[in-house]
Design a protein around this ligand. Structure first.
Ligand code: NAD
Length: 500
């Protein structure tokens, strides 16, 4: 374990010793059955951080057996809900205690600014755990009136073994969004992390055991999608699968679930979220918010405001100011204080983003600023802006998942509603206006799972998140997330003396 001394002012900087590199199965760190490992890379340099055990189908089998045993025979679903709640509360305390170590590991493996990980994301993980700890002993069924002399109970039971597949853009937050509700409801879990970011989930799961979680309740398998991920989605003994990632992979997961045992599926997928800025807007404020909506987390957010629609009356001023803001953005080593943007996650994403920039130029959009890599080492990309973007361009339709802002012009409310909704996605939207009627019209007309009015990326444990259309199925966080992890059982008993 590395020291956290003085970490609040001085981030813990790599290289430091990474201890947890094996698979976590049945409460123990073990090598993969094949003995294979893969390397996880530092996005700042492309150099190896650590060699991590590589799980495949055989390891998923071992992890599912451990989770099944823990569910069928272990104490977790049988202990009082209050005791489950207390374990999750102790876990939250340990997350806080290890805040800076978790943040340093997250930044090293993912490339996000340390301040963001340490001050926003890890604290949010602890907050989420307390939120779900609070639910654990408040999940209960109903007694419903039914015709005829019958006593009818509706029981809410844990669903069983939950398979969970998470992406690399927010490894710890995605862990919390998935594991929190599953555990609060009394399920056991097999989690497959993203191959780009395996480290923080292993570390935090160790803390979960330190908090008192019984062995086998959480199992963490590092590995690749087509091997470990597909084995989990198609496993006959997994009762539920929750996935976050691209829409294409989400469709594969849904198909694997259907072709195997028809396990229930929730999907949190891609987006191309509109951010609509009306002509009554304070332009400086709108520019800052739209900048944050797109560039936050290196542009690697499923809900990024990646179609910035600006009213024609303020369009030119907006583009000029957006350019000035992007040029001021501090890009560099994410461990350095004051850095707003680190490197992209890996070579694949880096090249994909540069390809999209090329498409943008070729299709006639106006490259306002940026457009190239930054430096010659690691996966840094210049904050990039295109103006004069048209709806039919690839950069206006597909998820770029990088620091590339596309600015589109509109002149009428009905027109922008139609254009904003003309997308295969429906994850989120931003609306910027001082006019209450305009805001109300937009919030009701937009076919998306979240609308942020005069704000963006406001997340809270209690606020449900998920998509319309091809952005997904189901909701995470909030009360809605519990439904994903509960079975409903009706129990009907005749009443002998109905009069009483
Ligand atoms: P992906 O969807 O392929 O990967 C997400 C997770 O799914 C990873 O854990 C991966 O190992 C797993 N996976 C991959 N193939 C699988 C399969 N056949 N069966 C089961 N699991 C599988 O995403 P990616 O390749 O890392 O990124 C590609 C694009 O996806 C990005 O450019 C971005 O547009 C999008 N993305 C979206 C999110 C999001 O939060 N919605 C997150 C990451 C990536």
């Amino acid at each position: 374990r590395f020291s956290t001394a003085a970490a609040a002012e001085e981030p813990i900087s790599p290289p430091f010793q990474v201890q947890d590199k094996q698979l976590l199965i049945g409460g123990k760190f073990v090598d993969s059955a094949s003995g294979k490992t893969f390397s996880t890379l530092d996005p700042r340099t492309g150099e190896v951080i650590a060699h991590v055990s590589e799980g495949d189908a055989e390891d998923i089998n071992r992890a599912v057996s451990a989770a099944r045993k823990a569910f069928d025979e272990g104490p977790w679903p049988r202990m009082t809900a209050y005791e489950r709640s207390r374990i999750l509360l102790r876990f939250a305390d340990l997350i806080e205690k290890h805040n800076d170590e978790l943040a340093a590991l997250e930044t090293w493996d993912n490339g996000k600014p340390y301040a963001q990980a340490a001050n926003i994301e890890v604290p949010m993980v602890a907050r989420l755990m307390r939120y779900y700890a609070g639910w654990a002993d408040k999940i209960h069924g109903l007694v419903v009136p039914a015709d005829g002399p019958h006593h009818v109970q509706v029981l809410h039971e844990p669903i069983g073994v939950a398979g969970q597949i998470i992406p690399w853009n927010f490894p710890l937050l995605m862990f919390a969004w998935k594991v929190g509700p599953a555990l609060a409801c009394g399920n056991t879990v097999v989690l497959k992390t993203a191959e780009q970011t395996p480290l923080s989930a292993l570390y935090i799961s160790k803390l979960l055991h330190e908090a008192g979680l019984p062995d086998g309740v959480i199992n963490v398998v590092s590995g690749f999608g087509p091997t470990a991920g597909a084995a989990l989605a198609s496993h006959m003994d997994v009762d539920k699968i929750a996935f976050t990632g691209s829409t294409d992979t989400g469709k594969i997961v849904l198909e694997l679930a259907a072709r195997s045992n028809l396990k229930s599926v929730t999907l949190e997928l891609g987006g191309k979220s509109p951010f609509i800025i009306m002509d009554d807007a304070d332009v400086d404020h709108a520019v800052e918010l739209a900048h944050f909506a797109l560039f936050f987390n290196q542009g690697q957010c499923c809900c990024a405001g990646s179609r910035t629609f600006v009213h024609e009356r303020i369009y030119d001023e907006f583009v000029e100011k957006a350019k000035a803001r992007a040029m001021k953005r501090v890009v560099g080593d994410p461990f350095k204080n004051g850095v707003e943007q680190g490197p992209q996650i890996d070579d694949d994403q880096f090249n994909k983003i540069l390809r999209y920039i090329k498409y943008g130029v070729e299709s006639g959009a106006n490259l306002v600023t940026g457009g190239d890599r930054l430096g010659d080492k690691g996966y840094y990309i210049q904050p990039t802006i295109f103006s004069d973007v048209k709806d039919n361009m690839k950069i206006a339709q597909e998820e770029i998942f990088g620091p590339v802002q596309s600015i589109l012009k509109f002149n009428d409310l009905n027109e922008v509603i139609k254009r904003a909704n003309a997308s295969q996605y429906g994850l989120a939207a931003g609306v910027f206006t001082n006019n209450l009627n305009t805001a109300n019209t937009l919030t009701r007309a937009l076919r998306v799972g979240t609308v942020w009015v005069n704000c963006f990326d406001v997340f809270d444990a209690a606020i449900p998140f998920g998509g319309y259309k091809q952005s997904g199925i189901g909701r995470e966080k909030g009360i809605d997330s519990l439904k994903n992890y509960l079975q409903v059982k009706a129990v009907v008993t005749p009443l002998k003396n109905a009069a009483w």
